[in-house]
Design a binder for this molecule. Sequence first.
Ligand SMILES: NC(=O)c1ccc[n+]([C@@H]2O[C@H](COP(=O)([O-])OP(=O)(O)OC[C@H]3O[C@@H](n4cnc5c(N)ncnc54)[C@H](OP(=O)(O)O)[C@@H]3O)[C@@H](O)[C@H]2O)c1
Length: 248
Amino acid sequence: MKALTGKTALVTGASRGIGRAAALALAQAGAQVIVHYGRGAREADAVVAEITAAGSRAHAIQADLVESDGPHRLARQVRAIVDERLDILVANAGIAKAATIEETGVEDFDELFAVNVRAPYFLVQQLLPVLGEGSSVVLLSSLAARNSVGNLSAYAATKGAIDTLVRHFAASLGERGIRVNAIAPGVVETDMSNFAKTDAGRDFTLGMQALKRVAQPDDIAGAALFLASDAARWVTGDTLRVDGGSKL
Ligand SMILES: NC(=O)c1ccc[n+]([C@@H]2O[C@H](COP(=O)([O-])OP(=O)(O)OC[C@H]3O[C@@H](n4cnc5c(N)ncnc54)[C@H](OP(=O)(O)O)[C@@H]3O)[C@@H](O)[C@H]2O)c1
């Protein structure tokens, strides 16, 4: 039997990048996966097709998480699918905007906090009726929360908020048997980190890492799988650095 047979997982932002890799990894470990997307319906359908072709169950559901009721709408759809129980939530959907302090506008600032902080907060809140003993919540932090890398102050602040939420959620939900952790990737080659595909971006990335290659989404998915699984049953309230030894 696979490690996650009989479990149901929701991965937000699973149409691309790290979320897609996490969804595929969880499915490969036997979980039924709910593949959330924002705009990428075709991409999400392709993830579902890949999972079902490999013999697991998957559904695609849409919700725009910049909207204030987005997490609530998403949770309603999830509760209808899972009926009583959600075992794994990987709240991965996120946006980044590189800008200096002077360049950062109020609208961009609010959008970053809406998608990266408000959405996971209210998604956890709205899914509490179906989370319970043994459920694992994984949020996405970033190297940027801890270290000044690039012009990312507003984005970094959203990820600092995630590190704080992880501890508060874990402390509050522990008595229900719910674990809450975060993963803090360094630079990962996705649409969000397109600069890692340029020579300058690659040099910058390798220059700050102990391990000398640019991370791929799969490198992060393994950590999500670990935190979701029983192997991490005694791990909660932690942010796990998964960054190839960045800025040591
Ligand atoms: N890449 C990195 O270097 C890096 C480093 C540290 C942390 N992270 C974190 O890892 C997570 C995933 O990043 P990634 O690199 O995989 O990003 P990505 O390739 O840009 O994918 C972002 C995902 O989030 C979804 N999303 C964005 N805005 C949304 C919205 N308003 N409503 C619903 N869904 C929305 C997208 O869905 P659609 O395309 O369907 O709209 C997409 O599936 C993020 O939280 C990010 O902050 C990334």
